[in-house]
Design a binder for this molecule. Sequence first.
Ligand SMILES: Cc1cc2nc3c(=O)[nH]c(=O)nc-3n(C[C@H](O)[C@H](O)[C@H](O)COP(=O)(O)OP(=O)(O)OC[C@H]3O[C@@H](n4cnc5c(N)ncnc54)[C@H](O)[C@@H]3O)c2cc1C
Length: 302
Amino acid sequence: MREDKRLSAELWEEFRSLVTGEVFLHAEMARHTTMQTGGAAACLFYPQHTTDIKQALAFCARHRQRYFVLGNGSNLLFLDSGYSGLVIATSQLRGLQFEKDGLTAWAGETINSLLDAANTFGYHELNFLAGIPGTVGGAVVMNAGIPQASISDVVSEVAVLDRSGRVRVLSQSDCSFSYRHSRIRDDGLIVIWVRFNLTNKQRYDRRLLLAQRAIKQPLTYPSAGCVFVNPVGFSAGELIEKANLKGFTVGKATVSTKHANFILNLGGAKSTDILKVIDITQKKVYKKFKIKLKLEIEIVGD
Ligand SMILES: Cc1cc2nc3c(=O)[nH]c(=O)nc-3n(C[C@H](O)[C@H](O)[C@H](O)COP(=O)(O)OP(=O)(O)OC[C@H]3O[C@@H](n4cnc5c(N)ncnc54)[C@H](O)[C@@H]3O)c2cc1C
């Protein structure tokens, strides 16, 4: 074993002895992202509660290690070279609680289980999120949504941990939500729970939205959803299609012929294949329309 790998393994073994949640060394991130590509993280950790995360933040600060917060990995591209820091996976931070006119959900709940619970209690206004394969935390950080609505429309409070391990409760306006963006990521905050306002003023049909999604989106191959944000006044997918890039392929990564803003992993793609498709797409769209496509997905790695 190389010296730096041995030191890294010793470090994360020490970390394992300090926390309650499960710890995995050298975790292949292709198994933890919907794109199913990318190398290994030095350490993957499943905190069981807020104290566990505080321990992790303190450990990283003490040992000058980087950390990254993982929801369901549905908006990410991990580099093939991997990630030398700690990945804090929120998927075991679960819990849902109904209150008068509201619902509190822990960050690791899936959007699907959130909608199941809300619908069981007769609330249909969160249904516009149907089919988004993320967690509550990831959806709030990304301000996930569809053209008609975004999660920020229904968020009332977000409890976060800051880098120093302090819990703060942010109001909706504190989060500075905008299209597929919030200040939570910019400030390096970790979402712990989210409170939603439920009034049933707006109702969405979950089944209909899922059916429409299946018609428009290529859901049979691994992907990270829309790769680029829509430039103001344009559809990224339409620009890519008009640049004749549907079906453009590098290795096992291809621009979907169904929805041009999706890059699909045809099986065994490398993140470098996807990065090449991204690069050429950006260049061709710029050449034709003088518009720079910006990434919606996040690239993570060393
Ligand atoms: C098939 C498909 C369809 C999709 N359709 C849509 C759509 O219609 N609309 C849409 O908006 N998106 C869509 N997406 C993209 C993606 O599902 C959303 O962005 C989702 O909200 C990401 O949630 P996640 O839990 O997977 O987050 P991840 O991908 O794991 O992380 C995304 C970002 O959030 C951060 N993060 C995650 N959890 C936390 C937390 N608890 N605290 C702090 N930071 C956190 C991560 O560090 C990262 O910066 C789609 C993706 C796929 C694969």
